[in-house]
Write a protein that binds this ligand. Structure first.
Ligand code: BT5
Length: 279
């Protein structure tokens, strides 16, 4: 990949700036500094390698040279947008994470007929293995969100997958899912479709159809799984409880039934999900 092939592959998309880096710390950091410098809406940073890629709670995200997609989009949620959609910051940011995961799922389905699913809140799974992760970060001015950075990492080649000791959850790559090697042009074509889907859903992010589309893509829907509190150090924590995923609230909280039939609603920061068995 280089700036020229990237520019060509994304021609016609309504991007602000388009910046390519062969190697960078984190595309989210670069996008956040562009946002601080008041870059135009829908600016995009793409890298072929990240040396300090990160996930949630400052966990590492590995992007080995030329093996994956790693990119960050700057979205400017202007006041009109927020008001029109009657969304508060609490309900807005989870939807942006969903915007990323949903766009990735739809792009994978469209291009390769893969049944990709969202492991709430921010992972994309294929065959119950993690293929992509989404990290949303934001900058604020007082009570107002100034800019949102939507970062996506997606494993393309088999050697994009970190060693099993580095995987919090079993991981995979597009090449492994398709049992084929993925050409450079295909990596770029997939990037284009993901960005197109983000652009389409972005304008409809407040509607019920967005929540419905998000819900239909949920992994483990109607299944009993482990609900692990976010503070627990291990997945096998004695604090983990069994729950059955029922769906989503309109504000993006996950609705879960516990073993006694009580229905609980969780926000993303409170829990993570693990299947009962890893078969
Ligand atoms: C995520 O966090 O899954 C969000 C990842 C977002 C990465 C993108 S790349 C572009 C942009 N720039 C950045 O710096 N970040 C974004 P989380 O759910 O917290 O998962 C992190 C965990 O995933 C780690 O602790 C590892 O166990 C695992 N992991 C790391 N690299 C991986 C990879 N390439 N494939 C699968 N799992 C990985």
């Amino acid at each position: 990949m280089d700036q020229e092939t990237l520019t060509r592959a994304l021609a016609g998309l309504p991007l602000g700036l388009l910046q390519y880096y062969p190697r960078i710390g984190s595309t989210n950091d670069e996008a956040l500094s562009l946002a601080h410098m008041q870059c135009p809406d829908f600016s995009l940073v793409v890298a072929d390698e990240q040396t300090a890629g990160r996930g949630r709670l400052n966990r590492r995200w590995y992007t080995f040279p030329g093996t994956a997609l790693a990119f960050s989009l700057v979205l400017l949620p202007n006041a009109t947008w927020m008001q029109t959609h009657e969304l508060t910051a609490e309900t807005f940011l989870p939807r942006l994470t969903a915007l990323g995961t949903l766009a990735v799922c739809q792009a994978l389905e469209e291009r390769y007929h893969l049944a990709a699913r969202i492991k709430w809140p921010n992972d994309v799974l294929v065959d119950r293995r993690k293929l992509a992760g989404v990290l949303v970060e934001s900058t604020w001015e007082g009570e107002q969100i100034k800019a949102v950075v939507l970062g996506i990492g997606l494993n393309i080649a088999s050697n994009s997958v970190p060693s099993s000791e580095e995987q919090l959850f079993p991981a995979t790559s597009l090449a492994d899912c398709l049992t084929a090697s993925i050409a450079e042009a295909e990596r770029l074509a997939l990037l284009r479709v993901i960005i197109e889907r983000i652009r389409e859903w972005r304008g409809r992010i407040s509607g019920v159809e967005f929540i419905q589309a998000w819900q239909t893509k949920l992994a483990f829907l109607d299944e009993w799984i482990w609900i692990v509190p976010a503070q627990a150090r291990t997945d096998h924590s004695s604090y983990a409880v069994k729950g059955r995923i029922l769906g989503l609230e309109v504000d993006g909280r996950l609705r879960v039934e516990d073993e006694t039939g009580v229905i609980r609603k969780y926000i993303a920061a409170e829990i993570h999900l693990r299947p009962l068995s890893t078969d």
